[in-house]
Design a binder for this molecule. Sequence first.
Ligand SMILES: *Cc1c(COP(=O)(O)O)cnc(C)c1O
Length: 379
Amino acid sequence: MTQADPIPLVDLKSAHAEIADEVAAGFQKVLATTGFIGGPEVAAFEEEFAAFGGVRHCVGVANGTDAVELALRAAGVRQGDEVVLPANTFIASAGAVARAGAVPVLVDCDPDSYLIDVQAALAAVGPRTAAVLPVHLYGQHAPVEELTEKLAGSNVRVIEDAAQCQGATRNGRGAGSGTGAIAATSFYPGKNLGAYGDGGAVVTDDADMAKTVRAIANHGGLTKYSHDLVGFNSRLDALQATVLRSKLRRLPAWNAARRAAAARYAELLADVPGIALPATLTDNEHVWHLYVVRIDAFDGDRDRRDALVGNLNAQGIGAGVHYPAALHQTPAFSHLGYPEGSFPNAEAAAARIVSLPLHPHLTAAQQERVAEAFTAALG
Ligand SMILES: *Cc1c(COP(=O)(O)O)cnc(C)c1O
């Protein structure tokens, strides 16, 4: 490794190298049977992922966005209902709400954890609210228990967007295991548990909701040519399931490596002025999907932040921004009509945050180089 070697934001090649033999054997097995959709590999993965997360049911689906939409639909969200969600999340959270026919109602985030502001979410619940969709952003759970407690007994469901937190827990529990009614996750390749293509899953303790997800995702029926409701096609395929089974066995070790890397960054960057390092909420086991640092030294000057990211990228360091715009600042959701200034914490974060490379195969030497370059770029 020379100084010039690039340091990617995520390193899928090193992850593949660990499991290449298993993946080849898994693909051979599927190719021999030509059972490409569903089948024993998918069923085995669903069982293993449910056990891993401490939930009763897992339904593999085609991608994370579908998973969120299916969770919303299974939880009873209907055309014209409102769904409360944070203004700062990946676009897909809101896209899924819109595709379910519901209206996204945005709320601000906590200024330091960037997780949904629970008080604001509760205040946004009204007569048309069908669900609150907290997003477990960057690898740690949003503090949902106050939401679940206060909304218990009402018609408002807590549905978790768990796309970024495979393996994370809060008070020892994983997403969908009673923390919310139902949770959706994504196996996009760059996620902590990533497929070799698209994939996703819905997890829940509720057998009826799991059944509904499975039916909607399979043309509205649980058996071939029975169609109880209008559904669509969103299924996990067997090749992806073999990859996911192999990666799931490594996930605890890979998440531990991410935690160690996060601790190392915290040490390396502890004395750098003008930045705020990411923190872990009490009661959370963080899995560090992203390592997000806030730059306060630039006073919210987005151009200077972007220049810093460009500077790091020019040195081969895969820094990024997750995400450069809050939902109401994107053209796709401008029709919701929230003016600039509506969500000060989310807007401040969008202008100030930087994600530094973090993945299970990151070395201490690479982190030292990132920390040095980042500190120099801050000026
Ligand atoms: C990745 C992601 C999704 C969507 O997942 P896809 O598999 O890309 O459709 C949804 N929500 C969040 C927060 C995500 O990070």
